[in-house]
Design a protein around this ligand. Sequence first.
Ligand code: AHM
Ligand code: MG
Length: 336
Amino acid sequence: MPRHISLTQYLVEQQRQHGHIPAELRLLIEVVARACKRISISVNKGALGDVMGSADSENVQGEIQKKLDIIANEVLIEANEWGGHLAAMASEEMEGIYVVPNRFPQGEYLLLFDPLDGSSNIDVNVSIGTIFSVLKKPGGHEGVSERDFLQPGIQQEAAGYCIYGPQTTLVLTVGDGVAMFTLDREQGSWVLTQEGMRIPEDTKEFAINMSNMRHWAPPVKRYVDECLAGKTGERGKDFNMRWVASMVADVHRILTRGGIFMYPWDQREPEKAGKLRLMYEANPMSFIVEQAGGVATDGKRRIMELAPGKLHERVAVFLGSKNEVERVTGYHHEVA
Ligand code: AHM
Ligand code: MG
């Protein structure tokens, strides 16, 4: 019979046997996972919980917030602020950082999250998710500021996402491979369902929003044209295309069966590097993808080595199966 391992057991093993994570980090991850359970309950209730539709507000990126965006953000803050493991949090839904109020003990970690990624899919009952990243507060000074968050992705201590789909699934890395946990709704617990997840190096499946094709840069056009040309073209094989429009769902598919995900830079907004946010979308997903043997670049450079200039910075994203990401990255270098 397979061993029934809970998230708590898995993390305790990581702490004791492998020495990968200190106790504080373990507890912090458990609190995030607990918050995701609560978000999952709200997402599942849908219209019955009066959580559908838009709120009357915009976030810092000028996007209309959905009620569930705000609920998920509040759940994550409430769950995490009192635990004593964090100094501050940052979120897609908040302009500035959220410093843990001084009525609670201060910890040494920083938590970043996109509370509900794939907002456009909330009302249509398609998979959405929570993405998170954990950094350590740089030492040597009291207090915490936005500048403390501006660390490259390679400094991440842990990263994960929770996908609210047909199953609620938590995918996690603490820098020792990628593990997947499925929420057992009857027990209310996370159960380890896959360890050592690996992304195949080759794939015949790509994910990109094709409606933006006319705005892409030449290397992206070239890569996708070659995929579309199929067996008789340059690549000599037929490609399939998938686009859920929830990064969590698209990345989850890639972790499960391989593929390449692209959200490239777009000529419509030359000053912006792409649509997705570096600190709480691209970095945590890149950490997970690399830990599963995949590659993640902004078209030219490794995403996790980019030095962030601001909290809500955007970045072009190419991630997934190694050989495909390296190919499209190579096309960018050829025109540089
Ligand atoms: P969000 O954080 O506002 O939900 O936006 C991020 C999402 C990603 O999950 C997804 O990959 C992308 O936006 C979809 O974009 P598009 O609407 O262009 O298909
Ligand atoms: Mg998002």
